[in-house]
Design a binder for this molecule. Structure first.
Ligand SMILES: Nc1nc2c(ncn2[C@@H]2O[C@H](COP(=O)(O)OP(=O)(O)OP(=O)(O)O)[C@@H](O)[C@H]2O)c(=O)[nH]1
Length: 380
């Protein structure tokens, strides 16, 4: 009233915090003869509006503080890629001063191999297909080296929902990337080493197999040797499949004389050929062994004494009918068959005794074990 001017002010009324309110005072003085006689005006309660403004200010202040002091890189980026605002962490991460970075776009410092993917995703945000995207990408540091980052981009809109710019959060994952690279390298190396190890192991297994084979094979005839005989017998005895087990011991007749007459090498040829005849005569489940010298053996799983005798007779006949160089060859055969829980030695001893009998009976014949003649095991 004293100044005689109109007023428009916002003031606080009320005594304490709880009752205090903001009001807007608008007044016009009525001046008559230079004197202010009356005052027209309005008083509007603007407390809510004031509170909203305060909340907005506080939220902006919080965002600003977060942005500036964030431990990760943060930037506001224009839709054309220009940096609008960057924080200190981002500048430190890629080695640029704030003023230098503001003259660039994100495209300028992005690795060319990552740029297309980044632009595709950004475009999807511009087209409204997505509000946000995240990707791993590479920036070039000002000094030229690569910085691996995890980038998260969100759109910032104005109050009319139009796109204003983008806000980017950028985390330096170079250390993680390096660790990953080392782990991958180590895995590859250990994979290569494993491969090499497997190869060596395979070679070793093959070599062992060959060695084992050689260890159990008679080099002259290619038949199993005495070692193979014991392994084969043990295998049969440990299996419950075949209860009866026939053994034939086969010995060449007058072989000394053959050797003396035609020479040892010719004798070898006879032994070789005998091996082939034996192989030809036996069944699939039987095993032919060169027991030693001019002595062979046939293991007949599942064969009773009589079945073994029949088999032995077939062998004897086949050999007697076979054409050998120089002269015909005959063999004497002793047969035994497992009865009860006979062990190998007992079985062999009985077959040997039968062989002795065959020789004594004039050779070129088959004799069966004499002991326990009634023990022909029929497998039941
Ligand atoms: N060529 C050759 N002869 C062998 C081999 N092993 C053993 N002999 C011979 O086989 C002969 C066996 O002779 P003997 O044990 O007297 O028996 P045999 O002359 O066959 O007489 P009987 O068995 O009684 O019919 C010996 O002359 C041995 O040298 C071999 O690998 N090669």
């Amino acid at each position: 009233m004293k100044t005689r001017k109109s007023c428009d002010e916002e003031v606080v009324i009320g005594k304490d915090n709880e009752s205090q309110r903001w009001v807007r005072l608008i007044g016009f003085p009525e001046i008559i003869q230079g004197e202010c006689r009356r005052l027209y005006g309005t008083i509007q309660d603007v407390t809510e509006q004031k509170r909203r403004e305060e909340a907005l200010w506080q939220s902006e202040e919080a965002f600003r503080n977060n942005f500036i002091h964030a431990g990760i890189g943060m930037a506001l980026v224009a839709t054309n890629g220009t940096w609008l605002q960057v924080n200190r962490t981002l500048c430190g991460m890629i080695g640029y001063a704030e003023s230098e970075l503001m003259k660039l776009t994100f495209q300028d410092i992005t690795h060319p191999e990552d740029l297309d993917n980044d632009l595709i995703l950004l475009n999807e945000v511009v087209e409204g297909k997505r509000e946000h995207y995240q990707m791993e990408k590479r920036y070039f540091h000002k000094k030229g080296h690569i910085v691996h980052v995890l980038l998260s981009v969100s759109v910032v809109r104005n109050k009319y929902q139009s796109m204003k710019n983008f806000i980017s959060q950028i985390i330096d994952i170079s250390d993680l990337h390096e660790a990953q690279r080392k782990v991958t390298g180590l895995l590859r190396t250990s994979k290569d080493q494993n491969k090499e190890l497997m190869k060596l192991q395979n070679q070793l297994t093959k070599a062992n197999k060959v060695l084992k084979q050689e260890n159990q094979t008679d080099p002259l005839t290619g038949l199993g040797n005495r070692r193979a005989f014991h392994l084969a017998i043990n295998e049969v005895l440990s299996s419950r499949r075949y209860k009866p087990l026939g053994i034939a011991m086969i010995d060449v007749d007058h072989f000394k004389k053959y050797n003396d007459t035609y020479g040892h090498l010719e004798g070898d040829l006879v032994l070789k050929k005998l091996g082939n005849v034996l192989r030809r005569c036996v069944r699939e489940q039987d095993t032919v062994i060169r027991f030693g010298g001019e002595e062979f053996s046939v293991i007949m799983p599942g064969s009773t004494l009589e079945e073994s005798r029949v088999m032995a007779e077939r062998v004897r006949q086949a050999i007697a009918e076979e054409r050998f160089p120089n002269q015909g060859i005959t063999v004497s055969i002793g047969v035994s068959s497992r009865s009860g829980e006979d062990d190998i030695d007992t079985l062999l001893k009985r077959a040997d005794e039968a062989l002795y009998d065959a020789k004594a009976n004039g050779r070129n014949c088959v004799a069966t074990e004499l002991k326990n003649p009634g023990s022909d095991n029929n497998g039941s």
